[in-house]
Design a protein around this ligand. Sequence first.
Ligand SMILES: [Zn+2]
Length: 166
Amino acid sequence: MVSIISGSSKDAEFRKRTVKAAKLFVPEFALSLMADHADAGFDADKEIMGLMIGRFYRDDDGTYAVVDRPVSSKLISDRFSVRFDESSMEELFDSLEMDDGESIVGWYHSHLDIGCFMSPTDIATQNGLFGGECGFALVIDPVRKEIKVFDSTIDDPKPADMVVLN
Ligand SMILES: [Zn+2]
């Protein structure tokens, strides 16, 4: 699986969050894109995944993230697992075109009618992406209409509060 430690949360700009205790802020359109992606995957009986591009900020309560947009790429997936196609990985990173201050703040993927939780593979992915630094995993179950967000606590991601911005 992908191994890119997103280390830029350390020099995040200081900006007080608008909702206390919330860790991840997602614009409604971005959440809709991810939900639509999960629905399309469900129609094809496949799990889907992608990355969330955004910015880290910090305030007196610590680091949090604001999503700008989701991105995805060609996937190898079936009903129970999903991963990025290795050959299109380079393409994906090339296409990221992140602005100054932007980074990978999280990733999203779907579970088909098994509920939203972090499997051992998901936890390994989360560890590999963020190495315990601030970062989020958003899990969507398009069948049960559930969405859950998890933080990057090594080996034991904890549910995190998400705020939808409109
Ligand atoms: Zn999973």
